[in-house]
Design a protein around this ligand. Structure first.
Ligand code: GDP
Length: 173
């Protein structure tokens, strides 16, 4: 009989240019492009072996500016199982979008959904963390991490965190 299957949809949200596409590309292909190409919307599909013979069908949605339309965003939030909310460490203003998105997700999902807040471009990060961002993250008490799609730093950790509700054997690399 066929192996049992589970489906998990991860959604990457955040302001334009913070590195959503770069993080996903680093995870899927282990490559990095310095050139910025505007993403319309991309859905990546892959299958992973989860624990106990379970096949995991993973969908990774790379969103774009079209999600500035509230109806699009609501639809997308409703269908998602976990969220990566990405901002850029050297551009702290991009954190405002993360705050707004988090509020909207918690309202739509009534709080019961995994959210990982990602400060990307840690290779360009200022030495001192932004105190307002640090304070907001402390209040939220959710998973927050720093990553660099360029250097490949903590990208596996990000996906590990997003997939933590699923019992995957070994670590992602
Ligand atoms: P998106 O609009 O959020 O999908 O952003 P992109 O993934 O297209 O990245 C926007 C720009 O930032 C591109 O020029 C990337 O090469 C660059 N970028 C993405 N991640 C990093 C990173 O970790 N470090 C640095 N230095 N640049 C990055």
């Amino acid at each position: 009989c066929p192996a049992p299957e589970a489906r998990l949809r991860l959604v990457f949200f955040g302001a334009a240019g913070v590195g959503k596409t770069a993080l996903i590309r680093r995870f899927l292909q282990d490559t990095f492009e310095a050139r910025h190409r505007r993403t319309v919307e991309e859905l990546h599909l892959l299958e992973l072996e989860a624990g106990s013979g379970l096949r995991l069908r993973l969908e990774i949605l790379d969103t774009s500016g079209s999600y500035s339309f509230p109806a699009m965003r609501r639809l997308c939030i409703g269908r998602a199982d976990a969220f990566a909310l990405v901002y850029s460490l050297p551009e702290p203003d991009s954190f405002a979008e993360v705050q707004r998105l988090r509020d909207e997700i918690l309202e739509a999902k009534r709080g019961a959904v995994p959210i990982v807040v990602v400060g990307n471009k840690s290779d360009l990060a200022p030495a001192e963390p932004d105190p307002r961002i640090a304070a907001a993250q402390r209040d939220w008490g959710c998973a927050c991490l720093e990553a660099s799609a360029k250097q490949g730093r903590n990208v596996a950790g990000l996906f590990q965190e997003l997939l933590s509700p699923v019992n995957l054997p070994g670590r992602l690399s």
